[in-house]
Design a protein. Structure first.
Length: 146
């Protein structure tokens, strides 16, 4: 279902790198996080935390946990605008909520950014949308049965 998950988060001077690191790990527990220092427009220090998760069992766990911890109707409704022409699904999670193990999806702002490459052949937007939509519908159907 998912080829890989690339992630990135910015840590600003007024934030704790350790806390943002933990926020990422609360969403992607197996992530190997790399840190890079950068400078903002106002010459403030920024740390960029990033990496990629590509092992199938980890991407599958992420997807199943996503479906269990988020609003499935909102996920489904947003697919058209959050999946690009190459089958990449862009998600943003609130950094502070992630620290508390809450999966709050944002549309903008300071967040943990995920680029989820959907396994679709050919790699097209419509095929990726259909695959994710089908998985969401299956999850909703299973929830109604239980």
């Amino acid at each position: 279902m998912i080829h890989n998950i690339k992630f990135r988060a910015f840590v600003y001077e007024n934030e704790s790198a350790d806390e943002i690191n933990q926020s990422i790990l609360n969403i992607l527990p197996e992530a190997e996080i790399e840190a890079e220092e950068a400078e903002g427009l106002l010459e403030d220090k920024i740390i960029i935390l990033s990496g990629i998760v590509s092992k199938k069992r980890y991407t599958k766990t992420f997807f199943n946990t996503l479906l269990e911890n988020t609003d499935l109707d909102k996920l489904n409704k947003d697919l058209e605008r959050k999946i690009d022409d190459k089958g990449n699904w862009f998600l943003r999670f609130d950094k502070k909520d992630a620290l508390d193990e809450k999966w709050t999806i944002l549309d903008s702002g300071d967040a943990i950014h995920l680029k989820v490459k959907i396994a679709a052949f050919p790699a097209k937007k419509e095929i990726a949308i259909d695959k994710v939509h089908e998985a969401i519908i299956d999850k909703q159907t299973n929830l109604k049965r239980n």
